[in-house]
Design a protein around this ligand. Structure first.
Ligand code: SF4
Length: 436
């Protein structure tokens, strides 16, 4: 057995899955640091005594990636390369009993709302005074900003409510305190996230309160961009568009997963909205905010999806011309409502359909990007890569959307700063520009 000098009290946190998991890891790391642990995120040193894996349990691929990561660290433990391995997050919440049996090398498994218990296991205390505090793992000028946990929606394909529980909004005053603390640390952009952003407030304020929250956040000094992710179409609170149209630091950007373009499939998915109503909503949003960038997510191969229904979705994408679009192939998730139906669309057909939609979208994205050539945009620079500075406009969220590339030879740009850039050329997903 290879032995290695492991750093006592050093914790390596590994995060899988979505931005909500990143947020949870950052909160956990802040608590660990306050308890005098030396904590790192996805450390390459491999000298940490303790590893905590924050898993994802969303769909097949994500689950497999989480299991592979747990096994990798379990093997490292049996080789003496790490002393303790703890697992938390969605996969652990969903399959704790099975995982305990199958991977006994893991010291303990925790759920998605188990941070105090995890800390106790490490002989640490949960420090309430730190509520809203985080150790950022993103570049220091932007941060994911989770405004609520869980979801009350009945979407038939989705296992998230099983893993994340009922919708629970974070009170506005706690969110404002957290936003001010982030701004004081130099954060300029907040990505508002939740399972269903538009449900915000219905539990604790008995009304949809997202508009008031955004309005108040837009007053926080130093916050230059507020971006909205994971809006739900049914019952969409139009008043947030009033805030978006009047507050210059609320990005003209909206991520709203729509899942499909056929009313029959939308009803089977229990999405509470029809194709017609969806189009009406998109048109209303575009009428209110003409240059808004709309991002959406779709699913190909839902049980019973016929070629004709897929064609309906294809025509929907062709007609609506979304600015940004991602698509998943349907994953047959146990304990969801859809699990009662037969997963009858072959994987090969699911993939072919998803590829067809992305090919269509790539052409739409190319055409829409050509319209940006010659225009000037406020760009936030995230990193340097090779001979380029890489940034984003207000119409692009990190990791998932278009990027703006400016040659280093063109002049000096500081990472984390804004600059005005004139777009000189564009391809399918990237824009090229020069400093104005
Ligand atoms: S809104 Fe629907 S798809 Fe989104 S997390 Fe909730 S149940 Fe899942």
């Amino acid at each position: 057995m290879k032995t290695k000098t492991l750093k006592k009290n050093k914790v390596n946190v590994v995060t899988l899955g979505c931005s909500k998991n990143i947020f949870d890891s950052e909160v956990m790391m802040s608590q660990l640091k306050a308890n005098k642990f030396d904590v790192e995120h996805e450390s390459m040193d491999d000298d940490a005594e303790i590893v905590i894996i924050n898993t994802c349990g969303f769909i097949d691929n994500a689950k497999q990636e989480s299991i592979d990561t747990i096994i990798r660290y379990a093997e490292a433990k049996s080789e003496g390369l790490v002393s303790k391995v703890y697992v938390t997050g969605c996969l652990s919440e969903r399959y704790k009993d099975d995982l305990e049996k199958e991977i006994p090398e893991v010291d303990a498994f925790f759920g998605t709302r188990d941070l105090p218990r995890l800390l106790k296991t490490l002989k640490a205390d949960y420090k309430h005074e730190l509520v809203g505090e985080r150790l950022l793992t993103t570049p220091s000028h932007y941060a994911y900003f989770k405004i609520a946990e869980g979801c009350d929606r009945p979407c038939s394909f989705c296992a998230i409510p099983i893993m994340r529980g009922k919708h629970l909004s974070t009170p506005i005053e706690d969110l404002l305190k957290s936003a001010k603390s982030l701004a004081a640390q130099g954060v300029k952009e907040l990505m508002l996230i939740a399972q269903d952003l538009t449900y915000y407030g219905l539990d604790i304020y008995k009304k949809r309160n997202l508009a008031e929250l955004i309005d108040k956040l837009s007053e926080v000094e130093g916050i230059e961009w507020i971006r909205l992710h994971y809006a739900f179409p049914a019952g969409f609170p139009m008043d947030i568009l009033d805030v978006m149209s009047t507050k210059s630091n609320v990005c003209n950007y909206l991520d709203m997963p729509l899942q499909h373009g056929s009313t029959k499939i939308l009803q089977a998915m229990r999405r509470g909205i029809t194709r017609e109503k969806t189009e009406e909503l998109v048109n209303e949003i575009r009428a209110k905010i003409p240059n808004i960038a709309l991002r959406t997510t779709l699913i190909a191969g839902y049980p019973g999806e016929t070629e004709a229904e897929f064609q309906e979705m294809y025509e929907f994408v062709e007609k609506m011309r979304f600015d940004r679009l991602g698509i998943f192939t349907y994953s047959h998730e146990d304990n969801t409502h859809a699990y009662n139906s037969e997963d009858d669309v072959p994987e090969k057909v699911k993939k072919e359909r998803a590829d067809k939609i992305m090919e269509l979208q790539s052409g739409i994205s190319y055409e829409l990007n050509q319209l940006k050539v010659g225009q000037q945009y406020k760009v936030l620079f995230d990193r340097v890569e090779g001979e380029y500075y890489i940034g984003r406009t207000e119409f692009d969220s990190p990791e998932v959307d278009n990027e703006v590339l400016v040659k280093k030879a063109d002049g000096y740009l500081r990472i984390g700063d804004f600059a005005t850039i004139e777009i000189t050329s564009a391809d399918h997903y990237d824009l090229y520009g020069k400093i104005v």
